[in-house]
Design a protein around this ligand. Sequence first.
Ligand SMILES: *Cc1c(COP(=O)(O)O)cnc(C)c1O
Length: 425
Amino acid sequence: MTETKPETESPGLRPGRIGKEEPGRSSQGLIDLAEKYGARNYHPLPLVISSAKGVWVRNPEGKRYMDMLSSYSALNQGHRHPVIMKALAAQAKRVTLTSRAFHTDQIGPFLKEVCELTGFDMALAMNSGAEAVETAVKMARKWGCMKRGLGPEKAEIIACANNFHGRTVTIVSFSSDEQYRRDFGPYTPGFKLIGFGDAEELRAAITPDTVAFLVEPIQCEAGILIPPAGYFRQVREICAKAGILLMLDEIQTGLGRTGRMFAFEHEGIRPDVLILGKALGGGVLPISVTLAGAEVMGVFKPGDHGSTFGANPLACAVARAAMKVLRDEKLDERSRRLGEAFLAKLRTIKSPHVKEMRGRGLIIGIELNPEAGGARRFCERLMALGMLCKETHEHVIRLAPPLVITERELDWAFKRIKKVLEMTK
Ligand SMILES: *Cc1c(COP(=O)(O)O)cnc(C)c1O
């Protein structure tokens, strides 16, 4: 039983620097514990992070690493941003959870601010991204019944091959990734897949039962796949003509990541439904939101849908601070400026391993040739040089630093990436 004795409280971390580490356990000891007691649903790099600040993290032995993954864009504001930490501490002293049986003094202001930031009428808050996608699916189906007069169990939603929208049974039901689906059936019906980036396929797939098209502006998990220019303008027009909802999953691309506050701005369109998560919680707490016009969101009546922790006052206070940081520090503009310069610089690297480099703002994919032996070994070498990133789909190195990163820090990263990509073996 000695193995499971409770860990002591983490020591306080001083502002402006990374603090002292958890005493008494080595990285290997901690990895062994997780492997012994944890389900094996992840295959993490062999690194233990025990403290973090801004773009830097540290292991229990005190070695420092640059975080170029940002929890898949949940850390756009950096680790433990002081404004967000202050909001967290202040709210923690007042009230943290009430359930939605009561109002709080945080939910109204949070909903108003997220609607103002995005330009939508109404929002529904949940916790994880997958729950916000589920919310959009339920809303579109109910909208189909109530506003389009579809019979029950008729509504059909179109999604794209290679999508990533989360891990619930319904969401993996329309995944095209074998591993996400295999052995998890029976699956939820009512979804149809088309190719990503081809508007004509969408036009051809729509039937009288179609209620929505659910799509990511950039397919990040699929390997940072950017659709051809004009795709979303065409998609917008097709959805409007057919009277179906365009539902954009901006859980990863939203909130500044691509160099605009939202990726849909790149083509000057507006979706009917917008789904946000990840960086909405400022790298501190899970909070997600589904946004729509009053006509669409209006289909939900009391009791239709909900979540115990959804829109809890602690998460709302954190999300308000997270949005304030994005606005005040203009992290979208910063992402655009630094991202463009960084990608241009990366493209000067001469490497036999690289097939293509692509990106928008500070989400960048380096696609390797199939002969390069997979992206993971490059990520492992980068880790040895003090830089953390993660492969996505076998052959792509994903670079997505916190948007608060400086030019000097990006230069630091560039030197290491260049070194690793120029290895001959
Ligand atoms: C991460 C992600 C999700 C799922 O979010 P969770 O919080 O992990 O449930 C859904 N869609 C996209 C595009 C994502 O990147």
